[in-house]
Structure formats: C-alpha cells, structure tokens
Design a protein around this ligand. Structure first.
Ligand code: OXD
Ligand code: MN
Length: 578
C-alpha cells in the first residue's frame, strides 16, 4: 500500500475535520504546544525553559497489557504469552470503533524513522493520530522525516477514541474506557484505540520497535530487544559496549546513564530502552538505538540516583503526571529527600507533606531528547551501530542469583536471559516473594511465540560470528537481616569493571556449575562486611536445584513443544551438579 492510499483510507474511515501532515519542525511543535496549552492538556513550566507539564486522565496512566493483542494469522504464532484474536475478527471489532472516531478533530500524519540517519538498519513508520500531545512526544522520541513514496513503512493508526459532536467541548485529556492496542505482525500494522498515554500511543516505541520489530527481526535474522546500550571506557582509554535487559523497576535508565564511582572510568549512553542488533560483515554484533529520546519513569530519579537524567531534563522536556511545586517546577517521590511542604498532585489536587497519597503517579514520566543527556555517546549516531561485547541480563532476586555471573557459553547465556525473573515486592500485586518470570524482559513486548524467540536467540550462534559474552547481574540480593547488600547506582561500575576485564581475560573468576563469579571484585572504600560480600556470590545448591525444577516446569507448562530442547539439556546438566 502506498503512503497516499494509507492516509486516504484512514481519513475516510476516521472522518477527521482536517488533516495535518507533520514536518517535525520547531514551528510546528510550538504551534501544537500552544494548542495544548489552550486546551488545558499541559502548561509551560516556569522553571524549565521549553518544558511542559501535562496531566492525563486518571484512568489513562500506563500501558494496558490486558488490552494488547498480537493478531497473527495463526494463534500459535502469537504464542502463550500474548493475547490473540483472529485478524479478521479483530478488524470486525476495530472497524466500528475507528469509524468516524476523529470527528471534530485534526488527523495528524507523522512520518518517522526509527534508527540513526542513513543507517541500513533504520526502519520507517507512519503514525496517524488525533492527539497533538502524541505528535509533540513523537517529535522527541522518533525522527520525523518526509514521506517518500516507494519506501516500506509500518502503518500505525492511533485514536484517543473520543469524537467531538458539533459544539461539544473537548476535555484536556481525551480518551476512552474501551482500549485496544493491536498488532498485526504479518501486515506490519498497529491499531491503537482509546489511550493517549506512553507506549499505548507513541507507536514507534513498544508497538513498532519491539512487538512488530521483534517479528521483523526474527524474519530477517536480527534482534529487536528491550535493552539499554552503554559505552564503557577504562582509565587506559579502551572502550567497550554493553547491552542490558532488565524488567521494569530494576534501574535500566539509571544504569544506562551511570555516573561511575571509580576514578578514571567513563560511561556513555547510547540508549536506555531498546536495542536493534545485527551481525556485521566482521561477525560482530552491532547495536543501534532506534529511539531518539527517553520516556523515563520520573519517581526515584534524583541527583543521587541518576544525575545525568536530572541534567537531561533541565529544559525542553515534557513531564506527565508528576507533581507541581508552588513556584512552577516539577517534583516526584524520591527527587529530594524531604518533599516540598505543599504541591499540586498529579490529579491537580492540593497535596501536603506527609499525605498518604503519592504526589506523582508511580508511572509518571519525562520525555526528552537523548541528545540532551550530558553523557550521550555521539557514536549512537553511527549508521553501522556500536559493537556489543557483552550482554547483561538482570532480575530482582533477594537470594539465589549472584551479583554477577559470566555464562560459560552462548546457549547457557541465552537460558540465563530466558530465566529472568523478579520477586514480587510489596508494591506489586501478587503474593510477596512470588516469582514473576519475564524472559529477556520481553514478556509484554515479544510480537510472536516466545518459544520461537528463544530458539531464534540460540540459532544466532553460527560459524564466523564472534558472540558477545553473556552475564547475569542482580543488584538486589539481601542479607540475613533483609537489607540490600549491594549499594548499586554508581557503585555498579565495580561490576562493569569486572565484566570489562573478563572480556579482555584480565580478571580471574571462580567456576560454579552455572558460570563464573568474581574472585576479586574491586570493593576498595566500600563498606561491606566480608560475610555479606561472600554471600553476594554464594551459589546455594539446594536453592539452585529448586530453581532448575521451577524453570523446567515454567518453560514446559508455558511453551510446551516450542520450549527449546537445548534448554532441557542445559537444565539437566546444571542440575546434575547440584
Ligand atoms: C517502558 C516500559 O515504558 O518498559 O519503558 O514499560
Ligand atoms: Mn521499557
């Protein structure tokens, strides 16, 4: 389908009052910013030049996984971890919802690129939306380009699902309680209805770059991953790139922008959320960050936890669902040790220090260009990407997984990725301590059968390729008093240093049945008892035996036939040592 036919077809279906083809210019952003201000969607922030403060409808605050579908022709291709509906049946649901859904509104057409300029790995999309907030956010999160007929693009149709009858007043944050985030992986289409928030609405991010992206990557032999990309330079000036996958709330953005605690080490940020990785002609794995900006969780971000994020958002930033200070700045839980005495909370109500309610929504966000990050790596613009030497998989486990573990080989490392899990904390639903599996941190983002996805990872190892080394990390191990042992944040440099040196065979390790742990981690000037330090690397046979059994039943019950046989062999081998 040509871009022109796509736009005409959607215009006919959605019946907007007008059509605006976006050019991504500053003038366009400013005009839309003014419109959003007039509608009450957002307000400019006095304290931060070029920045805006938006509040969503309180019912529209996060990705809606229960309403997210992968509509492949065959149900088995969506797999057990995705909602599925037959594509024809789904179109029959969507068509009446989208018919005339843009009445009284402008239909914006956003042609955009995911990936660096002139990169062979960059892919194109067209998002049609009736939300000016989405246009402004997409200008930050993607690269808006010109439509070029003849170019392949992923079609995305987004509507807030609130047509306006003649004379009907708009609301600051239009949305609909009916929500559908639908992906058609075979025709590479995305249909999103009813939400204006984040990954539901900025279709380049989770919908394209991960769900549709992972399917394209499988078909074309590359990887679209929920991973940060960082460059690490040693005091001697050598540089290596690391990609890392963590489930949500495990500090991905903090690691991506880490401020090293060790003298002479330098971290540069290529991306904080998504990596597209291809093997180059030299057999190495190269990564590009398809995104142009960060859509970061605000709560917990502070000058202590992530000074580089704080510096990134001093200007030209969209804040959504955070709290507002009395002098016109933003605030969220964790930004300062002591909250301001009085705030306006994310719902627009007056909030006093000591209130039981959170002032900022836990999923409140900042949206900012990656170029504003003081440690943004200019190599992030290289068309060929950056060479990845190590891949990290992190989970949140109070016991079991050591602080860091190097896998013996690619296949065992892939199993470590598939085994990522987090223990449910008091803040989450579910029984405390219960395990939530999140293989490769891709559970909500894999656009096809995850059993096939595991096999795809295994199949990447081929003669002539030099595979990155794979490491598992766990910043969240607790001691017998229930306290976190590892200080994390900037101190994670010590773990990165060990990994860096392992890549160069400069550092010794101790062999365990499942991989190699440090012999001598650099802990100079860290105040951790010897007992705690040792316990960071303990591999408890009984617990690991239990874990292998748990993993076997999780994989076979969830993925059945598509659970790779290789994983069974590895698990049996691990178990034979415990
Ligand atoms: C995100 C997420 O928004 O992973 O990045 O949910
Ligand atoms: Mn993410």
């Amino acid at each position: 389908m040509s871009a022109k036919d796509f736009i005409t077809g959607i215009k006919e279906l959605c019946a907007p009052d007008s059509v605006h083809i976006c050019d991504g210019s500053e003038g366009e952003f400013q005009a839309l910013a003014k419109l959003l201000e007039e509608k009450g969607t957002w307000q400019p922030l006095k304290k931060r030049p070029g920045s805006f403060y938006a509040r969503s409808d309180p019912s529209d605050v996060a990705r809606v996984e229960a309403s997210t579908y992968i509509c492949s022709a065959k149900e088995s291709d969506a797999g057990p971890t995705n909602n599925w509906k037959d594509p024809i049946e789904m179109i029959a649901v969507l068509e009446p919802l989208f018919r005339n859904c843009m009445k009284g509104r402008t239909m914006y057409v956003i042609p955009y690129a995911m990936g660096p300029k002139d990169s062979p790995y960059t892919k194109f999309g067209i998002e049609i939306t009736d939300s000016a907030y989405v246009v402004c956010s997409m200008k930050i999160m993607a690269r808006i380009v010109k439509i070029e007929e003849g170019k392949d693009f992923v079609c995305g149709i987004h509507s807030v699902g609130m047509p306006l009858e003649k004379g009907q007043e708009d609301v600051p944050w239009p949305c609909n309680k009916v929500k559908y985030i639908v992906h058609f992986p075979e025709s590479r289409e995305i249909w999103s209805y009813g939400s204006g928030y984040g990954g539901n609405a900025l279709l380049g991010k989770k919908c394209f770059a991960l769900r549709i992206g992972s399917k394209i990557a499988k078909d074309e032999g590359w990887l679209a991953e929920h991973m940060l990309i960082l460059g690490l330079t040693s005091p001697e000036g050598e540089k290596k790139y690391i990609a890392a996958a963590f489930p949500s709330s495990c500090g991905k953005t903090n690691l991506a922008m880490l401020q090293p605690s060790l003298k002479g080490w330098k971290v540069e940020c290529v991306g904080d959320d998504i990596a597209w990785m291809h093997f180059g002609k030299d057999g190495r794995l190269y990564a590009v960050n398809p995104e142009n900006g960060f859509f970061g969780v605000a709560p917990g971000t502070s000058m202590d936890s992530n000074p580089n994020a704080m510096k990134s958002i001093e200007k030209n930033t969209i804040f959504t669902n955070v709290a507002l200070t009395q002098d016109g700045d933003v605030w969220w839980e964790g930004m300062t040790k002591v909250p301001p005495e009085e705030l306006t909370d994310w719902k627009g109500k007056s909030w006093k220090r000591g209130s039981a309610e959170k002032a900022a929504h836990p999923n409140s966000r900042f949206t900012v260009s990656k170029k504003q990050c003081p440690i943004y790596d200019p190599a992030g613009e290289k068309p060929e990407g950056v060479p990845i030497d190590a891949i990290l998989f992190g989970g949140r486990r109070a016991s079991l997984t050591p602080l860091v573990l190097e896998s013996f080989n690619w296949s065992e490392g892939v199993l470590l990725g598939a085994s990522i899990s987090s223990e449910i904390t008091a803040a989450s639903e579910g029984a405390q301590g219960a395990l939530r599996h999140d293989p490769f941190a891709m559970l909500p983002f894999c656009g096809y059968n995850m059993g096939d996805y595991f096999q795809h990872w295994l199949d990447l190892e081929q003669p002539g390729r030099s595979m990155p080394k794979i490491f598992a990390v766990n910043w969240f191990r607790k001691n017998s008093q229930g306290k976190y042992i590892w200080p994390g944040y900037g101190e994670n440099t010590r773990v990165l240093k060990w990994i860096f040196n392992r890549l160069e065979n400069r550092e010794d390790g101790s062999k365990t049945p499942i991989g190699i742990v440090p012999k001598n981690l650099d802990v100079t000037e860290l105040n951790i008892s010897k007992e705690d330090m040792d316990s960071l690397f303990v591999i408890d046979s009984t617990k690991y035996n239990q874990e292998c059994l748990e993993l076997k039943s999780y994989f076979s019950e969830t993925f059945g036939e598509r659970f790779p046989k290789k994983f069974v062999q590895i698990l049996l081998n691990w178990q034979s040592h415990f």
